[in-house]
Design a protein around this ligand. Structure first.
Ligand SMILES: NC(=O)c1ccc[n+]([C@@H]2O[C@H](COP(=O)([O-])OP(=O)(O)OC[C@H]3O[C@@H](n4cnc5c(N)ncnc54)[C@H](O)[C@@H]3O)[C@@H](O)[C@H]2O)c1
Length: 268
């Protein structure tokens, strides 16, 4: 039986770990050729070996990196169909007045500039070749229902969700689709930063108590949503923010509950 992404070529950024690796594995399992575009040499090589993909060392905040990623992809596979902008970064959850210029710039560069550069470099390729391109950005529930202590991470994800909707309208006539998935907290390399404390079941309990389905998100949850949006089954879906969050709601309305007080700007 053919996979749902058979014959497609997909770039997944930040695919050396966490959600990105889950997406890369799912896409390879569905028949896609997968390019692991990752900053970490070690994680990228390991991920590529595991799914028989191609590792291209990439810094998503650099234009030259995007250009060489596209060039290598076209040289290796002859075409490109799907971009998953998954690489992301945040600072440690803290009161907003204590955020540094470096914290702010990290979020804007890795989360927002990467999406800008991907569209700047790859959209002209789709237009030139008349291909129905597909962009999927890993945004966040934070874009839609922000929680305290992560103002500029939340705002960077809101920018990603808004830019994707705008580009969906602008490039609809060219058959280039832009969608976002918006996960709630999972258990990955970034989770301790979101929580502002170690990623343990106990420390995740405050977040999880606001998820009606009663658990954090997993890489498989995020990957399944991306696989649908990247497949031909979603050919008429563009400009959406698909929430992958067990219908999570914001903790702000629970701050008065026992065990969910605010301490120095973060939920405890
Ligand atoms: N973990 C969560 O709870 C959660 C919730 C919602 C959204 N997200 C989003 O999911 C995405 C994936 O994060 P994750 O949770 O899997 O974390 P992660 O730390 O496991 O993965 C992030 C990956 O991005 C890579 N990366 C960082 N900067 C890069 C750069 N400049 N160029 C290329 N690669 C770079 C890292 O090396 C790492 O492999 C992020 O965009 C994050 O904002 C995460």
């Amino acid at each position: 039986m053919l996979g749902r992404l058979e014959g497609k070529v997909a770039i997944v950024t930040g695919a050396g770990s966490g959600f990105g690796f889950g997406i890369a594995k799912k896409f390879a399992g569905e028949g896609a050729k997968v390019i692991i575009a990752e900053l970490s040499q070690e994680c990228g090589e390991k991920a590529a070996t595991e799914i028989s993909g191609l590792f291209v060392r990439t810094d998503v905040t650099k234009r030259e990196s995007w250009q060489s990623l596209l060039d290598i992809t076209l040289k290796t596979y002859g075409k490109l169909d799907i971009i998953i902008n998954n690489a992301g970064a945040t600072y440690h959850n803290k009161p907003t007045a204590e955020v540094t210029d470096d914290d702010f710039e990290l979020c804007i560069k890795v989360n927002v500039k990467s999406v800008y550069l991907s569209s700047s470099v790859v959209v002209p390729y789709f237009v030139r070749t008349n291909r129905p391109g597909c962009f999927i950005q890993v945004s966040s529930t934070a874009a839609l229902r922000p929680r305290p202590g992560l103002t500029w991470y939340n705002a960077s994800k809101a920018a990603v969700s808004n830019a994707s909707k705008t580009m969906a309208v602008e490039y609809g006539a060219k058959q280039i689709r832009f969608n976002c998935v918006c996960p709630v907290v999972g258990s990955t390399g970034m989770t301790h930063l979101f929580l502002g404390k170690p990623d343990t079941e106990e420390n995740r309990a405050g977040f999880v108590s606001t998820v009606p389905l009663g658990r954090p998100s997993t890489p498989a949850d995020v990957a399944n949503a991306c696989a649908y949006l990247a497949s031909d089954e979603a050919a008429f879906i563009t400009g959406v923010n698909l929430e992958v969050n067990g219908t999570s709601y914001c903790t702000v309305i629970r701050l008065t509950d026992p065990g969910n007080q605010v301490d120095g700007g973060r939920c405890v």
